[in-house]
Ligand binder design. Structure first.
Ligand code: DNO
Length: 354
């Protein structure tokens, strides 16, 4: 298990030099941010990104994410050419020597929150979600006010997309994911690029859209679609943990052999479809972070792990969820857990108990 942190490229207010000063930080998770969704990511641009990160004495371990075009998720007639472009991007990643791709299959909106400044008594703030507040969002204005991240849609484009998704079932979304993976996984194997699907965040339907990667059974189903170690998962504790139905330890035990990437953060669940993000340690939220880390260590997980989001603290201004300071505190906490969990795993191994 090794520590990584996300970096949003040259526009990120957090420079690579500062990421590098976080003790134990080895890798960077990044992406190309200027390529329209559905187009090929050029090998040279990927190699340049990798070179820039290596110049800062870090390594580019993960691309997160190459967005999947809505035609693929909707199963539209032009999906084959979009899938070909995706396959080409994956091959280019392999040629550039980048070993892991985190992606998601969420319709229209990527991760979604209803409040980007949930206040804490200590003056810090974090991101939060409340299902009731979702209905206050006026989608007729388009998605630009939402943390829709990958792309902001104008009102008409958004309307057409929402209607298209509302006409397909969860079953069709699954068929479309299977169709995509059947074509991409062999290319990923050939390229030496492990895939890691990210769970839907939050793990339930929003705006009437069919979200499918929401629980333990869904994760087990994804890895069953194409049986290959390259067809793997991102274990995101904060996304899955926002639902009380998701038992993280049980999930890890069931799918450990296919966890290729870990996002590890805590959330405080305050009600049904209601949560806020919080400091990483277990006592501040609903997730037993030690049990998660112990189960990962006992199951032999050796891949990258990132602290994911943090609060805004110490007056930092920046990209919601992605300031430096609280993520750095999270990285240190995770390294403490890891040290203890690995020590314990070694002992259990020596005693032949795992
Ligand atoms: C949120 C992230 C997600 C994630 C994508 C993965 O901060 O974890 O945006 O990058 O959903 O495809």
């Amino acid at each position: 298990m090794y520590m990584t942190m996300r970096w949003f490229g040259a526009d990120d207010p957090v420079p690579l030099e500062h990421i590098r000063q976080v003790p134990g930080m080895e890798g960077v998770v990044s992406a190309l941010y200027d390529i329209p969704v559905g187009e090929v990511w050029p090998r040279d641009a990927l190699a340049d990104l990798k070179g820039e990160i290596e110049d800062a004495k870090l390594s580019l371990e993960v691309i997160e994410s190459i967005p999947i075009h809505d035609s693929i998720k909707l199963g539209r007639p032009d999906r084959d050419e979009r899938i070909d472009a995706y396959c080409q991007s994956v091959s280019n990643m392999g040629e550039a020597g980048i070993p892991l791709l985190c992606y998601n299959f969420m319709p229209v909106f990527d991760w979604t929150r209803t409040n980007l400044k949930h206040p804490f008594k200590d003056g810090s703030h974090a991101l939060s979600f409340s299902y009731e507040n979702l209905s206050e969002i006026d989608l007729s204005k388009g998605s630009k006010d939402l943390p829709g991240w990958a792309k902001a849609y104008g009102p008409e484009e958004l309307d057409a997309l929402l209607n298209a998704y509302r006409q397909i079932s969860r079953g069709q979304m699954w068929d479309n994911l299977a169709y995509f993976l059947e074509r991409v996984v062999p290319v990923a194997e050939e390229a030496g690029v492990h895939l890691a699907i990210h769970p839907d965040d939050p793990p339930w339907s929003i705006f009437g859209l069919p979200r499918i990667i929401v629980d333990e059974d869904a994760l087990a189903k994804v890895i069953g679609l194409v049986d290959s170690p390259y067809n793997g998962l991102t274990l995101c504790t904060g996304s899955l943990g926002a639902s009380r139905n998701n038992h993280l330890v049980r999930i890890i035990k069931r799918v450990a052999h296919r966890i290729n990437f870990v996002h590890m953060r805590n959330v405080q669940v305050t009600g049904h479809k209601h949560f806020h993000e919080c400091p990483h340690p277990s006592r501040f939220g609903s997730i037993d972070m030690l049990s998660v880390m112990t189960t990962l260590a006992n199951s032999g997980y050796t891949g990258p792990i990132r602290p994911d989001h943090g609060r805004m603290i110490w007056g930092e201004q920046g990209r919601p969820g992605y300031g430096l300071f609280d993520r750095a505190l999270g990285a240190m906490y995770l390294q403490g857990l890891r040290e203890a969990a690995m020590f314990n795993a070694r002992r259990l191994n020596a005693e032949g108990q795992i």
